[in-house]
Design a protein around this ligand. Sequence first.
Ligand code: ADP
Ligand code: MG
Length: 349
Amino acid sequence: MTATADTPPANGNPPAAPPGAGEFDLIARHFRPLAAREAGALSLLDDAALLELPPGASLVAAADAMVAGIHFLPDDPPALVARKLLRVNLSDMAAMGAEPRFYLLTVSLPADTPERWVADFAAGLAADQAAFGVTLVGGDTTRTTGPIALSLTILGQQERGRALLRAGARAGDEIWVSGTIGDGALGLLALTGGLDALPAEARGALVQRYHLPEPRVALGRRLVGIATACQDVSDGLVADLGHICRASRLAAEIEAEAVPLSPAAEAALAADPSLLARILTGGDDYELLFAAAPTAGESLRAIGAALGLRLTPIGRMVGALAPDAASPVRVRRADGSVLVLERGGWAHF
Ligand code: ADP
Ligand code: MG
């Protein structure tokens, strides 16, 4: 049945206000250029995109949303917001070992959003599309009475049966992490008034890591066939390692002092040793955390050298997960003590 001006839609809701020409103009001016490289996007002029994958490829799909006031501040630079939105999704592709290809974008904007905001947002997307080889292929644009809300769906491809899953780690596997850990959480702390004794340069480095994560897409591709389990660090190192443990039905043990830190995080920790818990449990790192057989060490060192990316072994997968364990992850200190995560807090024993 077709709803006309006289007949309400079959779902019984009042008819939505017709989109103003402004919305189509916004799409044409700011989003259509981002779809130019992919013929299957049909210039964003049809009802849906029409995409081809090579034979034998699985479609890998993930989505992440960001809302002003919750995931970013309303006056954050729109280009940075756009790049972070795309990058957190790219990080999910990296964690699967997938090759990102396309994305769909839904933007819900308050009526008073300046067009400048949309233009800057699109410019941020353009920069990272070029950097990561992905193309916008569709989406939706709506008004909202609430704050700016953004949702991005990323589509990638992976040779069938080759994706990096969270399950698959084996007892005795080494646990590795890329890059450095804790910068995102410390950057957020700096942005919200903490770390004020830290030199401006170190604070700036941490804030930069929070605003603009570096999705490890190239690393993820190279870990296919090597990592036995993998995920990206978004909730915090210990919590995310817990996800691998539960999926693989194993416990894990890591050495706190082995966790790689940036010079800025080292400086912050030296000034305030209690920041260790925040470094190990804070989120927003978007590094890859993975398990691999001890025999893979040499290949991993070669991959790290080829990519110019630090890869660090931080512990190992140990025996079966005890059903009554408070946490599947044990964090050892150099002095032999053990930190145990208990309901979000830390206790020494
Ligand atoms: P519908 O009426 O089905 O919601 P629209 O008129 O909203 O369709 O969208 C028309 C075309 O514009 C579609 O191809 C859609 O994918 C595309 N589109 C709308 N908003 C966006 C956006 N924010 N980014 C990319 N493409 C968009
Ligand atoms: Mg629409």
